[in-house]
Design a protein around this ligand. Sequence first.
Ligand code: 5GP
Length: 147
Amino acid sequence: MSLEGTYDPQNIFAKIIRGEAPCYKLYEDDDTLAFLDLFPQSYGHALVIPKRSAARNLLEVDTDALCRTMATVQRLTRAIVAELEPDGVQVAQFNGAPAGQTVFHIHMHIVPRYAGEGLGKHAAGKAEPAELEALQARLVKRLQATA
Ligand code: 5GP
């Protein structure tokens, strides 16, 4: 499955939206959901997805859902930067397997970057639950404080 294809409602992010799979949730509103990446490329790597859009990628997503997703990306990026104080932050989005996409429900990556630290391998190396739980608690608290 790559740039062109049919949306698979059994993809892992669709399951997370439906509550059929767990996630370390950071933020949720009527249109968007944000949670920690299970295989983080840096400390604080988070994902933001539209909840109501059965779109695999940027080409398919409706503009309104995209705008709402980006509003959550900005909100979360501000909280991540305030809480974790990285030296930089990447916001990324991949379309099609050759571009690096591995989950085919559109999502935005927020990847904090720390000076002198390289980027971990994409979608590999599962984080420890205790680390994700602690990170989730910090970021949720920060988001609530800045709401
Ligand atoms: P993509 O490769 O499609 O741009 O990004 C998919 C992201 O989802 C990867 O960074 C990968 O680590 C992450 N991921 C894959 N499976 C899961 C999962 O079950 N839960 C969470 N939270 N993240 C996942």
